[in-house]
Design a protein around this ligand. Sequence first.
Ligand code: PMP
Length: 433
Amino acid sequence: MGNPDLNQQLFDRARRSIPGGVNSPVRAFKAVGGTPRFVQRAQGPHFWDAQGTRYIDYIGSWGPMILGHGHPAVLEAVLRAAQDGFSFGAPTEREIDLAETIISLVPSLEMVRLVSSGTEAAMSAIRLARGATGRSKIIKFEGCYHGHADALLVKAGSGLATFGNPTSAGVPPEVVQHTLVLEYNNLAQLEQAFALHGQDIACLMIEPIAGNMNFVRASLPFMKKCRELCTKNGALLVFDEVMTGFRVALGGAQSVYAKSLPGFAPDLTVMGKVIGGGMPLAAFGGSRAIMELLAPLGPVYQAGTLSGNPVATACGLATLKEISRPGFFETLSARTASLVEGLKYAASQAGVAFSADCEGGMFGFFLLPELPQNYTQVMRSESARFNALFHGLLDRGIYIAPALYEAGFVSSAHTEADIAETVAAARQVFAKL
Ligand code: PMP
């Protein structure tokens, strides 16, 4: 054992020069308390903190690291690209390769534009939807996160006739006055919202499997109704697949819904995380007719100095190539399911109320007897018990998201032995909950 306070020392130092010591709030462990682990290096399904302690990583950079850390083919592609130059501000062939690859894997896409973050992609998709429809109002759902663009940092207002309230200081009320926030999976509210505002709605944006309230699926009837009402009212259905894209299935969550709802497709899709393989890269796309409204062809402005960055596109391309191999998602899904089943069994043996769900390499679990259907139900989880579970696992070298409203991620580098180690640790923690 080295100095027991190396993570704490770094955290203390970080807080002097970086607000809260972190560059994205959830990393600060504010919800669960304790000291954030400062990562020294990572390999496969593991990372090592400042103390040299090893953790099994179920965050994977919040989704991108679907191959685990340091996959040799991805590393080689990145190193080779870096040698040829970091950024040009001029087009490269690799951007075409990546766009063509994404389009070939997701049938609803005819064109994509590459950007550098999910926030940028979601913000741009909304501008495009507004530009395409000539309307201002948008629908989002409580518990869904689409990045931190002003118009999306909003919670429900006092009723359906009113629009949202900002959830962050610095967002003027006028900026969110066009954002209507509805309850996820609530069919009646959805119908009422379209009855009241249908002709003014530019788009409905949704996480089809919501990963920012842990893991909540949009029900089939709800998704079907979203599609029907958007079509009927001339609004665009925008899928935020930043988390689910190339993560829950090769064709994203839309391919999962299309299995049960033949012909189902969103009008626009927002992607990020896995398509960059851990580098800053995101995208949005849809039909040619809509996408050609973007500058330089059309009137909707959108741009980026680092968009389509050559090193990031190399990383994304190599990642997509690996996950396109036959059997990749079958193996990943089976491994994720075995984690979820193992945790469920361990909880039931200990008499702990527990529910869990997964799709592809994404999972969620709740200290609740039934899977929740919306944000209010997710928040019924007792945070004190979740925090005890989180720290119990962390002390045993298992790193899950430090907040009860975040999903988890399994990579192809996680082995059955990693899963068994995780379930054994959970069994010990459940016994004490
Ligand atoms: N949409 C979803 C569904 C997300 O999960 C996230 C980030 N977790 C974003 C958008 C924003 O992406 P970024 O953090 O890259 O801006």
